[in-house]
Design a protein around this ligand. Structure first.
Ligand SMILES: NC(=O)c1ccc[n+]([C@@H]2O[C@H](COP(=O)([O-])OP(=O)(O)OC[C@H]3O[C@@H](n4cnc5c(N)ncnc54)[C@H](OP(=O)(O)O)[C@@H]3O)[C@@H](O)[C@H]2O)c1
Length: 252
């Protein structure tokens, strides 16, 4: 198994893409700390934990709101305590929010909240966790195709994802040199999860038509292989990269 006995932190591991990544990592032998915030997600987080434990791996739940500036320290402390370890091998910064906001109805409060969760939290997590990563540590950012793709209602979200990708490149340089850590990002295209559950059938059809590979909606398993690879030893010479995982949706 490619992640045998690695300790991984997956933010937003209670649902959607994060839950799929957490389980895929456990299948590859990792122990996983699942970070989430909402009391309403406790049951699904417990289910993910149980599924990981059924694979013979350890899992812990860390319920904390990543909007808090000090969230990195909380996740660090709880992970080290929960696994009785001094090191963390893999950080998947996946938790994120998306709310539609038309350019001419710019919402400053939404801007601040989106930036806090999608940009500041990853920075806080990296600041706290990178120092306890052994050489060969891995940072995987789940960003978005929206970082490079324009939509009339995505100004804020797109800006947050472009920003986190820019930070990821800087981490690749700063932490690569000092700690031997790689940092890479995945830009997912459209995956049906709770974040976009309100999208119309018409829009889903549009996403199906945009793809170069097959006329279907993506499944979380279409992304987990890449997330495993970027966390594994096999990706050791790849850093500062952003890989789009969208079935070729942005090819035109
Ligand atoms: N699905 C897509 O089509 C798509 C496309 C491109 C990029 N992405 C990105 O992929 C990532 C995962 O998205 P998803 O589709 O899986 O979304 P999702 O199903 O809505 O899950 C979001 C996850 O993030 C967590 N989260 C949100 N705000 C948080 C906070 N303040 N503190 C702690 N945890 C928080 C949620 O925790 P709770 O359960 O506690 O709320 C949940 O686990 C996001 O960064 C998203 O931008 C998704």
């Amino acid at each position: 198994m490619s992640l045998q006995d690695k300790i991984a932190v997956v933010t937003g591991g209670s649902r959607g893409l994060g839950a799929a990544i957490a389980k895929a990592y456990a299948k590859e032998g990792a122990h996983v700390a699942i970070v989430y915030a909402s009391p309403s997600s406790t049951q699904s987080a417990e289910t993910v934990k149980k599924e990981i434990e059924e694979l013979g791996r350890k899992a812990i739940l860390i319920q904390t709101d990543l909007v808090k500036p000090e969230c990195g320290e909380v996740v660090l402390r709880e992970t080290l305590k929960g696994f009785n370890t001094e090191t963390i091998d893999i950080l998947v910064s996946n938790a994120g929010i998306y709310k539609e906001n038309h350019t001419l109805e710019f919402d400053a409060e939404l801007f601040d909240r989106t930036m806090a969760i999608n940009v500041r939290a990853p920075a806080s997590l990296v600041k706290s966790i990178a120092p306890v990563m052994p050489r060969g540590g891995r940072i995987v950012v789940i960003s978005s195709m929206a970082a490079t793709w324009a939509s009339p209602t995505m100004d804020i979200y797109s800006a947050s994802k472009a920003a986190v990708n820019a930070m990821m490149k800087c981490w690749a340089v700063s932490l690569g040199k000092s700690h031997g850590i790689t940092a890479n990002a995945i830009n997912p295209g459209f995956f049906p999860t709770d974040i976009n559950a309100h999208f119309s059938d018409e829009l889903l059809e549009k996403f199906k038509n945009m793809q170069a590979i097959g006329h279907r909606l993506a499944d979380t398993d279409d992304l987990t292989g890449l997330a495993v690879f970027l966390a594994s030893e096999q990706s050791r010479w790849i850093t500062g990269e952003t890989v789009e995982c969208s079935g070729g949706s942005s090819l035109g």
